[in-house]
Design a protein around this ligand. Structure first.
Ligand SMILES: Nc1nc2c(c(=O)[nH]1)N[C@H]1C(S)=C(S)[C@@H](COP(=O)(O)OP(=O)(O)OC[C@H]3O[C@@H](n4cnc5c(=O)[nH]c(N)nc54)[C@H](O)[C@@H]3O)O[C@H]1N2
Ligand SMILES: Nc1nc2c(c(=O)[nH]1)N[C@H]1C(S)=C(S)[C@@H](COP(=O)(O)OP(=O)(O)OC[C@H]3O[C@@H](n4cnc5c(=O)[nH]c(N)nc54)[C@H](O)[C@@H]3O)O[C@H]1N2
Ligand code: SF4
Ligand SMILES: [Mo]
Length: 705
């Protein structure tokens, strides 16, 4: 019998709906869901081939254990593996205390799974040492929204694309990374008067299609944004009434941008003065402006400042809280937004709460049914510090759920040392081997999104229901279920007695109930079966609120949005004669992160077949290098080997290397061997977009970093 199941694409944060045809527990066809408001039937190459990620030769179907890293893994029943873990965890708690364990979880899990692991760590075990790959992804945006608007998450919705006149796209390569939204933008830009401004050091496929491409020197966005505001003030393109009635601290920002003339910024950014004027004119004079940004803004030691710089433009012009206007951070992973709701990072609690707030801990302890002192007030270790603490031995056990840190964390040499040192490494994944799982002691088999029920929230705050298309293979189970079974073995049967994902969602809703901005009282699995819903959604009859701050009351204590002055600071890794290039890293259209999923899809492999480092022709010529030459990148941390691709689209002095090929391109093929862990002081998001390196022909002989 053939059935059609509606679910969600498990890749990017656009959150496209899928309509999946299933026969005899096999997927026979994947199409875009025509009724889903994120994509109206469209899909990109990754979404359209997602069925090919299920039955791969490296699928992890059973739990496996070994006692030493030199031993082979032995398959064991899942229950046996969890009992073994419960015993190990008890002995670590006895000998070293509860902060001797840590969890590293993912924006690719369902909200329910994220909720369970957060509750397990912070509520049951009593450690705040849980962090997520969102630290590398969205944490700068989270910090900036809270600082400026008083609450996390974008105030905008996808429909604003069809209403705006000006797109400012900064540090986001939407054509490759958010392709379905990009199609919508391109359609909109066919209209007269609609403009696209792209700020990116590279001439990406996104920049190719812009009306204005500002190819700034990497890391100089704040200077550009300040100069744009400078022009808008001097030309009278700001909105004094909005500033007076709905914001605070304007004078501080005005004072700061006064010093950022377009002439000064043009020098710092390496773009023309006239282009800065043009960008300011289009943003300031268009009836509406929508800003999109992603990792070119967030992954920086100035990540929060870049975000605030963008939000300042919207506040100064009053282009926020109305259709067609507003700041719109692009969420990377399919459910990084869910992770923000459940507060799975080391300083947070569910419902946009903080561990350091007494009232917040009390509220959550009550909902969780755990004694108040169990939730610790001190924030735990963020991702970078967590791996440092593993290396020093301060943390003895790490449980990784849905991440591949050896391929994706900065400074892989340090990450490897940390993972080799840790006494107990648990890797819960759908595949094995991965870079990280090769070093594990215990492997736990996770179901894929297409095999389970749960919810995910996309970039526009829209919650969609995942419905199982096929059953998981072997003993693979949804992540939440594995977490609950372990919690029960640790003595928390009652607090984790969830019989379904829907049960967990109901408890999650309780945590969000008193938070107006995040309220989802009106969302139920029953309603989601019919259509996805945006939060806030306070009642069962509410369709969900598409745009926030329509009444211009912000979520700050005063109700006013807050301006924050930001100044241009240099990136952390200094360019010197020994390390003369600024290496940036990022993505290609047809691969996903460390390729555990896309690496087995033949069509995607043909489209983006191999790793490379891209350089400008003039740089290659100066170094006597030709297209395709074997080269090495040398940084203060390590050495990575790859092939050179000469590209006109590069800026002179800048290099670009995708991070998709971890060690699948060879032991030293991972670009993160040369990246560094210096992070934004507020968001603790590492600066993956700016690394000082040397580029050389690879002679094969050993080199020292
Ligand atoms: N195909 C594909 N799509 C994906 C993903 C994937 O793996 N593959 N991953 C998803 C995830 S998790 C994420 S976070 C998003 C990321 O989506 P994006 O952020 O759009 O992708 P990136 O390639 O990481 O970086 C974007 C751009 O930042 C530019 N950049 C580098 N330094 C600077 C700078 O200093 N200033 C400015 N303005 N720009 C700079 C780079 O040249 C690059 O083009 O993509 C999501 N979508
Ligand atoms: N140099 C450089 N490094 C980067 C970035 C960059 O731009 N440059 N970007 C950073 C960003 S923005 C991100 S988001 C991170 C991503 O970093 P990671 O999340 O570490 O990368 P993935 O390869 O997606 O790893 C996810 C792992 O989870 C598994 N998995 C997938 N679905 C599930 C599931 O449902 N359950 C379980 N248990 N496992 C699952 C996959 O098989 C895979 O092994 O990379 C970061 N690293
Ligand atoms: S745009 Fe993103 S969510 Fe949509 S199909 Fe592509 S990867 Fe999936
Ligand atoms: Mo991300």
């Amino acid at each position: 019998m053939e059935t059609t199941v509606k679910t969600i694409c498990p890749y990017c944060g656009v959150g496209c709906g899928l309509s999946v045809k299933v026969r005899d527990n096999r997927i026979v066809d994947v199409k875009g869901d025509k009724e889903h408001p994120a994509n109206f039937g469209s899909l990109c190459t990754k979404g359209a081939t997602v069925d090919q990620t299920i039955d791969t030769p490296n699928r992890l179907k059973f739990a496996q254990i070994r006692f030493n890293r030199s031993d082979p893994f032995e398959p064991v029943p899942l229950d046996g593996a969890l009992e073994h873990l419960a015993e190990k965890y008890r002995s670590i708690f006895r000998d070293h205390g509860r902060d001797a364990v840590a969890f590293y979880v993912s924006g690719q899990l369902t909200t329910e799974s994220q909720y369970v692991f957060n509750k397990l760590a912070k509520g049951a075990i009593g450690t705040n040492n849980i962090d997520a790959n969102s630290r590398l992804c969205m944490s700068s945006a989270v910090s900036a929204y809270k600082l400026s608007l008083g609450a996390d998450a974008p105030p905008t919705c996808y429909e604003d694309i069809e209403l705006t006149e000006c797109f400012l796209i900064l540090g986001a390569n939407m054509a490759e990374c958010h392709p379905v939204l990009w199609q919508r933008i391109k359609r909109r830009a066919n209209r007269k008067r609609v403009r696209i401004i792209v700020v990116d050091p590279r001439r990406t496929p996104t920049a190719e299609n812009a009306h204005l491409h500002l190819a700034i020197r990497p890391g100089t966005d704040v200077a550009l944004l300040n100069a744009m505001l400078h022009v808008m003030i001097s030309q009278g393109w700001i909105n004094p009434r909005f500033i007076r009635d709905h914001t605070e601290d304007w004078e501080k920002v005005r004072g700061m941008v006064e010093g950022w003339s377009p002439a000064r910024a043009a020098k710092v950014c390496g773009v023309s003065e006239i282009d800065i004027h043009r960008a300011a004119f289009w943003f300031g004079q268009s009836a509406d402006a929508l800003s999109f940004w992603a990792m070119g803004a967030n992954q920086s030691t100035q990540g929060v400042a870049k975000n605030l710089g963008i939000i300042n433009l919207h506040l100064a012009t009053g282009k926020i809280g109305r259709p067609g206007s507003g700041p719109f951070s692009l969420t990377g992973q399919p459910n990084a937004m869910g992770g923000r709701e459940v507060g799975y990072m080391s300083g947070l609690l569910p419902g946009h709460r903080n561990v350091s707030d007494d009232a917040h801990r009390k509220e959550i302890a009550e909902i969780w049914g755990v004694p108040l002192p169990r939730i610790r007030p001190k924030p735990g270790l963020d991702a970078v510090r967590m791996f440092e603490a593993l290396e020093t031995g301060e943390v003895k056990a790490l449980w990784v759920v849905g991440c591949n840190p050896l391929a994706t964390m900065p400074n892989s040499n340090q990450i490897r040392r940390a993972l080799e040192k840790v006494e107990l490494l648990v890797v819960q994944d759908c595949y094995h081997p991965t870079e990280t799982s090769r070093l594990a002691h215990v492997l736990l088999p996770a179901a894929l999104n297409l095999e389970m029920e749960g919810t995910m929230t996309n970039s526009e705050r829209r919650v969609s229901l995942l419905q199982p298309c096929v059953s998981p293979p072997g003993e693979a189970r949804p992540d939440w279920e594995i977490g609950c079974r372990f919690a029960a073995l640790m003595g928390y049967e009652e607090q984790f007695s969830f019989s379904s994902a829907a049960n967990i969602f109901e408890e999650h809703k309780l945590c969000c109930s008193d938070v107006y901005a995040l309220n989802m009282d009106g969302i139920t699995y029953g309603r989601l079966k019919h259509h996805p819903i945006q939060w806030p959604c306070p009642t069962k009859s509410s369709p969900g609120i598409a745009r926030r701050y329509r009444r211009k009351t912000f979520a700050t204590p005063s109700g006013r949005a807050r301006f924050h002055p930001v100044d241009d600071l240099p990136p952390a890794d200094r360019i010197t004669p020994d390390y003369p290039f600024a290496l940036t890293t990022g993505r290609l259209a047809h691969q996903w992160h460390s390729r555990t999923k896309t690496g087995h899809v033949a069509k995607l492999g043909k489209l983006n077949p191999e790793p490379f480092v891209a350089a400008h022709p003039a740089d290659a010529q100066r170094l006597g290098l030709r297209n395709g030459d074997a080269v090495r990148l040398i940084s203060r941390r390590g050495v990575a080997r790859t092939r050179l691709k000469i590209e006109e689209s590069m800026r002179e002095g800048s290099l670009f290397m995708p991070f998709h090929w971890g060690q699948s391109a060879g032991e030293d093929g991972c670009v993160n061997l040369v990246t560094h862990g210096e992070a934004d002081p507020i968001s603790r998001q590492p600066e993956l977009k700016h690394n000082a390196v040397r580029l050389e022909r690879d002679g094969g002989e050993a080199v020292k970093a």
